[in-house]
Design a protein around this ligand. Structure first.
Ligand SMILES: [Zn+2]
Length: 72
């Protein structure tokens, strides 16, 4: 809506599970212009899917680096 959307209190695992099972995911915006909560539509769901994939990649990458440093 205005680029200030937030996933409402959900863990990454819960979000992935809901995407996979087709259950609803709530988003909210609490900026200067809006104070709303809504259920993600198909477009938003695909954005969330990309987002969770990116977060997973980042977390996995960080884990690898931490292990590498630990070995040195
Ligand atoms: Zn807003």
């Amino acid at each position: 809506m205005c680029g200030q959307e937030y996933l409402v209190g959900l863990e990454l695992e819960t979000i992935s599970d809901r995407l996979a099972t087709g259950r609803s995911i709530k988003l909210c915006c609490n900026c200067a212009h809006h104070s709303v909560t809504w259920v993600a539509n198909e477009v938003e769901r695909s954005q969330i899917r990309e987002y969770t994939a990116a977060v997973r990649f980042f977390v996995a990458d960080k884990g690898r680096r931490a292990r590498r440093y630990a070995l040195q």
